[in-house]
Design a protein around this ligand. Structure first.
Ligand SMILES: C=C(O[C@H]1C=CC=C(C(=O)O)[C@@H]1O)C(=O)O
Length: 368
């Protein structure tokens, strides 16, 4: 079964037809969605059904993969060696100098122009001889609590990732989202002791999400903040949930994306700073991806006295979108790995550089 699943995807890739393979966090089922033509469908109002792939810059095109065929199979993850190395790219020395200067510029802009936080990132180019499918399986084996995917469209490109961050999940009129920010390298199994910089940086994301959803969400619930592990890193996470008074996905997405976990605060100024000062275009890194308006069927049986067993079928409308972090783009024998981090007044440029090195390990350890 699993061979057929991957063979079908390989055939699609060879025929230059769009598809996506993915596994949700802590699940064993992998899903393949296949589009039968190479048409480029663009999302305008988020009312259609399909798999969305959206860029960081919301002025860019959000792609919709139309589901002409769907297959699901079980994937038994292989045991992996959890050792991590330090992988150096060819241009690391120039990259380091540029990134440290960029972070310093960000800190200066925070002091001078009323920015509170800006997320600054870079792109690392490495050579790889591994196939997209081999890389995807290694992601599945290594990152069981991430959303792992392999996405392809002949007119856009080939992307892979293992992201720890949900943008949003809706089930009918229930909404769940999260604020994920703050990073520390894992040393042993113990959660780290967080510093004021990380706590403040993550709190800004929580406050922003809560205030952005104020109008559209009733009974907003904000959880305690907890430490969560993603590969060799720890992050701070707060869950946010509530009921949607008005189900308008386009509005909700516009209110959330891009959150200060990937852009900054105030949003408009931080985005302008990023577009002007990063020396590359993020494309789909720090965008979002996932299932849009899927129908989930549930069967419940009722065993009431004096009645035959009856099965009730309920259909839920669900959307599950993830932020495109810990990801890479593949082209020929090259992989571009994308990494960034949140800069605040308290940031130390050297440490921010090291944080991006640690984050890049998530992808580089599977590529090299
Ligand atoms: C922008 C990235 O991470 C975000 C998500 C978690 C922690 C982050 C941080 O500590 O800066 C970032 O906000 C990235 O991994 O490329």
């Amino acid at each position: 079964m699993q061979n057929d699943f991957f063979q079908k995807a390989k055939n699609h890739l060879n025929a230059s037809k769009p598809f996506v393979l993915y596994r949700k966090p802590l699940e064993t089922a992998i899903t393949g969605l296949f589009q039968s033509t190479d048409a480029l469908h663009v999302v305008t109002d988020f009312s259609k059904t399909g798999f969305v792939f959206a860029p960081f810059d919301s002025d860019g095109k959000t792609i919709l993969l139309q589901v002409d065929e769907k297959t699901v199979t079980e994937y038994i993850a292989k045991e992996v060696n959890s050792a991590t190395g330090i992988f150096k790219s060819i241009t690391e020395d120039q990259d380091q100098e540029f990134h440290i200067n960029l972070v310093q510029k960000g800190i200066d802009a925070i002091a001078q122009y009323g920015l509170r936080k800006v997320v600054l990132s870079r792109k690392i180019e490495v050579k790889t001889s591994k196939s997209a499918f081999a890389l995807f399986k290694t992601l599945l084996d290594n990152y069981s609590n991430a959303f792992c995917y392999l996405w392809y469209h002949p007119k856009v490109g080939l992307w892979l990732g293992a992201t720890p961050e949900i943008l949003l999940r809706t089930e009918n009129r229930q909404l769940k989202t999260m604020s994920l920010a703050g990073t520390k390298k894992a040393e042993g199994a113990q959660a780290p002791v967080w510093g004021a910089k990380e706590l403040e940086e993550q709190q800004m994301v929580t406050d922003y999400i809560a205030s952005s959803l104020k109008e559209t969400v009733s009974k907003l619930t904000i959880s305690e903040t907890e430490s969560v592990r993603a590969g060799n890193l720890w992050h701070l996470r707060t869950s946010v949930s509530g009921g949607l008074s008005n189900y308008n996905l386009k509005e909700i997405i516009a209110a959330l994306h891009p959150t200060p976990a990937v852009c900054g605060l105030p949003k408009k100024e931080a985005k302008a700073f990023i577009l002007e000062n990063e020396n590359y275009t993020r494309e789909f890194y720090t965008g979002f991806l996932g299932e849009l308006n899927f129908k989930e069927e549930n069967f419940r049986s009722s065993n009431r006295r004096n009645r035959e067993n009856q099965a009730y079928r309920t259909v839920k409308n669900t959307t599950s979108l993830y932020v495109n972090l810990r990801c890479m783009q593949l082209k020929d024998d090259k992989a571009w790995v994308y990494v960034g981090g949140g800069i605040t007044q308290e940031s130390d440029p050297e440490k921010e550089w090291e944080e991006t090195v640690a984050k890049s390990n998530t992808m580089l350890k599977v590529v090299l």
